[in-house]
Design a protein around this ligand. Structure first.
Ligand SMILES: Cc1cc2nc3c(=O)[nH]c(=O)nc-3n(C[C@H](O)[C@H](O)[C@H](O)COP(=O)(O)OP(=O)(O)OC[C@H]3O[C@@H](n4cnc5c(N)ncnc54)[C@H](O)[C@@H]3O)c2cc1C
Length: 586
C-alpha cells in the first residue's frame, strides 16, 4: 500500500478545490497540499459555467441589495450570517481573479461589465462572454501552477474518508491508471467535489457530477443538509440537457409558448412594460424555481410544444441580432447549432427545464467546517447555506471562490491548533475496509445486476417523483424504490476484470454515491410537508414557516434510509416575507 503523507488533502480540483489550494499555499508555502481529482482539473464542471459570477461593483448596486435578492431568492431558507459574509467577500474575490488574469468582459469605458441575471433585481453578474466558468477555472489553474506546495493527483478516484476517534485523518483513492488503492494521510481534508445532478436523467451536469463528495462525507457520519432542494434550470436543450445560460435572457431573450405568447406574465413575473416599474423588469429574469414551475403549468394546460424529446417552450433571441449574439453569447450559438441544428440568430430554440444544481449538500458552518473535526467542505458539494431553497444564478461561481478560500483558512487554523496523528492501527484498518469493499465488487461475476439498468431506474424514479412538483404518494414510491435499488446495488458485479482505467468499477462506485444522494433527496422531500423555493408539494402548497423555517439534516444509517433532523435557520435582518417578482418593488 502506497501512503502519501500530506498536511491537507483537497478532494476536487474544480473552482472550489483550486481556490482552496491557492489560499492554503499563500497562507503557508511550507504546507504540503495534495489536490486530488478524478479528472484533469480543467475538465471539472466549473469549466462548463457560462453566464457569470455575482458581486457588487457598480454605483447603482449595494451589498444590502445583493443580500436581499439572495435571501428572498432562497425563500428565506438561507443562513443570513453566511449570506452577509458571502456578499461582503464576493467583490474582492472577483477582483482577485482579474489580477490573476481572468478576462472579464468590459463596458466601453473600460470598467467591468455586468449583466442581469434571474432573481437579481440589479445588474451584478460579472461575465467573460458566455465562457465565464472556463476563464475562471483557467485563471485558478494557471495560478495554482505557481505554487510548488500544491501537488496534483489527477485521475485519482476518492472512495472513503479515513476517520478515527471523531476526526478525519485523510482519505483513500484509486489511482486510475494502475487501479491501485492509495492512502492519503492528512491532518485536514477539504471536500470540494461538486454536485450530484447526474442522479436525474435530464441535467445540465457533466457526467462526473455523481455526488461522490457528498456521499463520502455522509457515510462518514456528516449529515447532508437541505437535500430536497434541487434546482431546475428553465432553459436546457431538450435532447441533451445542455444548458443555454440565463445570460440569454439577461441579454434580452424571451420565452414563449406554442402560441408565441410570453406566458411568464401570467405567473406573477411581469408584465414588462407597465409604467413606473424599475429599470430591470422581471419576466424572463424571474428566479429559476418560478420559471421552471411556470413551464410545468403551461405543459399541464397544453400550451407547450411536443418534440421527440418531450414538451418544450421556445427561447427567442432573434431580435438581439447576430452582432450581439456573436459578441456576448457565442457559445450559446455554437451549442444550439451543433447539438440541435438551430441557429438562435434565425430561429427560436426549443428549451425545457433540466436539473442543474444542488442547493443542499454537506453540512458546514459559516467557516466551511463540517461537524466532523478536520473535515471541511466548499463549493457545490457543501451547504453553508447561502442558497437556501433556491440559488440565484451566478451566486455559485462566486460561492466556490469565497468559501473555497474560507475552507482553506479554517483548515489552516485547525492545523495550527496542534498536530493530531490518528491511531496508526485504526487507520490502517479503515484503509483495509475500503480495499475490501472494492475487492468484493470484483468477486461477483458480472451480469447479475447491471449498472446501467440500476442507474436508469434511479434516474426515472427521480424524474418522475422528485422533480419540479412532488406529492407525498410519489415520494413514498421514490423512497421505496430507492431503498430497493440500494439493496440491489450490493449484487453488482464487474465484467471488466482489469486494473488499468477500469471505468466499469468507477461507474459502480459513482452509482453508489448517486443512490445515497438520491435517497437523501427523496426522504428529505417526503418529510418536508410544505412548498418552498425549488421544493414544491402539490399536497402542501403553502410555505410553512412555523414548522419548516429549518434546515433538514439527513443522517446516514447503514442499510436503511436516512434519519432526518432539523436545525433552525439563522435569521439576522430579513424576516420571511412574500417573494415579489412582479416588477412592482425593487
Ligand atoms: C452547465 C453549467 C453552467 C453553469 N453556469 C453557472 C454560472 O454561469 N454561474 C454560476 O454561478 N454557476 C453556474 N453553474 C454552477 C457552477 O458552475 C457550479 O456549481 C460550480 O462550478 C461547482 O464548482 P465546484 O468546484 O464546487 O465543483 P466542480 O467544478 O464540479 O469540481 C468538482 C471536482 O471534484 C472532483 N471529484 C468529484 N468526485 C471525485 C472523486 N470521487 N474523486 C476525486 N475527485 C472527485 C472532480 O474531478 C472535480 O475536479 C453552472 C453549472 C453548470 C452545470
Amino acid at each position: 500500500m502506497v501512503t502519501i503523507r500530506t498536511d491537507v488533502a483537497i478532494l476536487g480540483a474544480g473552482g472550489a478545490g483550486l481556490r482552496a489550494a491557492i489560499a492554503l499555499a499563500e497562507s503557508d508555502p511550507g504546507l504540503r497540499i495534495a489536490l486530488i481529482s478524478k479528472v484533469y482539473p480543467m475538465r471539472s464542471h466549473t469549466c462548463a459555467a457560462e453566464g457569470g459570477a455575482a458581486g457588487v461593483i457598480k454605483a447603482d448596486d449595494s451589498l444590502e441589495q445583493h443580500f436581499h435578492d439572495t435571501v428572498g431568492g432562497g425563500d428565506w431558507l438561507s443562513d443570513q450570517d453566511a449570506v452577509e459574509y458571502f456578499i461582503r467577500e464576493a467583490p474582492g474575490e472577483l477582483v482577485q481573479l482579474e489580477r490573476w488574469g481572468c478576462p472579464w468582459s468590459r463596458d466601453p469605458d473600460g470598467s467591468v461589465a455586468v449583466r442581469p441575471f434571474g432573481g437579481m433585481k440589479i445588474k451584478r453578474t460579472w461575465y467573460a462572454a458566455d465562457k465565464s466558468g472556463f476563464h475562471i477555472l483557467h485563471t485558478l489553474f494557471q495560478t495554482s501552477l505557481k505554487h510548488p506546495a500544491i501537488e496534483r493527483f489527477d485521475e485519482y478516484y476518492a472512495t472513503d474518508l479515513l476517520v478515527d476517534d471523531g476526526r478525519c485523518h485523510g482519505l483513500t483513492a484509486i489511482e486510475m491508471r494502475s487501479g491501485q488503492l492509495r492512502e492519503f494521510r492528512a491532518q485536514a481534508v477539504i471536500i470540494a467535489a461538486g454536485g450530484a445532478g447526474r442522479m436525474f436523467r435530464f441535467t445540465t451536469n457533466g457526467a462526473i457530477k455523481t455526488g461522490d463528495g457528498m456521499a463520502l462525507a455522509y457515510r462518514a457520519g456528516v449529515p447532508l443538509k437541505d437535500m430536497e432542494f434541487v434546482q431546475y434550470h428553465p432553459t436546457g436543450l431538450p435532447n441533451t440537457g445542455i444548458l443555454l445560460t440565463e445570460g440569454c435572457r439577461g441579454e434580452g431573450g424571451i420565452l414563449v409558448n406554442r402560441s408565441g405568447y410570453r406566458y411568464l406574465q401570467d405567473y406573477g413575473m411581469g408584465p414588462e412594460t407597465a409604467p413606473g416599474k424599475p429599470v430591470l423588469k422581471t419576466m424572463e429574469l424571474g428566479p429559476r424555481d418560478r420559471l421552471s414551475q411556470a413551464f410545468w403549468h403551461e405543459m399541464k394546460k397544453g400550451n407547450t410544444i411536443p418534440t421527440p424529446w418531450g414538451e418544450c417552450v421556445l427561447l427567442d433571441m432573434r431580435h438581439l441580432g447576430e452582432k450581439l449574439i456573436d459578441e456576448r453569447l457565442p457559445f450559446v450559438r455554437e451549442l444550439s447549432t451543433s447539438y440541435l441544428g438551430k441557429d438562435p440568430v434565425t430561429e427560436p430554440i426549443p428549451v425545457r427545464p433540466v436539473v442543474h444544481y444542488m442547493m443542499g449538500g454537506i453540512d458546514t458552518d459559516i467557516g466551511a467546517a463540517t461537524p466532523l473535526a478536520g473535515l471541511f467542505a466548499a463549493g457545490e458539494c457543501a451547504c453553508v447555506s447561502i442558497n437556501g431553497a433556491n440559488r440565484l444564478g451566478s451566486n455559485s461561481l462566486t460561492e466556490i471562490l469565497v468559501f473555497g478560500r474560507r475552507a482553506a483558512l479554517s483548515a489552516v487554523e485547525y492545523l495550527r491548533s496542534g498536530p493530531r496523528a490518528g491511531n496508526e492501527r485504526a487507520l490502517t484498518a479503515r484503509t483495509a475496509e475500503a480495499r475490501e469493499r472494492i475487492r468484493r465488487l470484483f468477486e461477483i461475476t458480472g451480469g447479475r445486476v447491471s449498472i446501467s439498468g440500476l442507474r436508469s431506474e434511479m434516474m426515472d424514479t427521480m424524474e418522475e417523483h422528485a422533480g419540479i412538483y412532488r406529492t407525498g404518494g410519489g415520494l413514498a414510491q421514490a423512497c421505496a424504490r430507492l431503498s430497493e435499488l440500494r439493496e440491489r446495488h450490493a449484487g453488482i458485479g464487474l465484467n471488466d476484470r482489469t486494473n488499468v482505467y477500469n471505468t466499469e468499477l468507477l461507474q459502480a462506485l459513482e452509482l453508489k454515491s448517486m443512490l445515497d444522494c438520491a435517497e437523501a433527496v427523496a426522504v428529505s422531500a417526503q418529510a418536508r410537508t410544505e412548498s418552498r423555493g425549488a421544493h414544491q408539494r402539490l399536497d402542501f402548497v403553502e410555505r410553512d414557516d412555523d414548522k419548516f423555517l429549518r434546515h433538514s439534516l439527513a443522517h446516514h444509517r447503514s442499510g436503511q434510509p436516512p434519519r432526518i433532523e432539523y436545525r433552525d435557520v439563522v435569521v439576522t435582518k430579513s424576516q420571511p416575507g412574500v417573494r415579489d417578482y412582479s416588477g412592482d418593488k425593487k
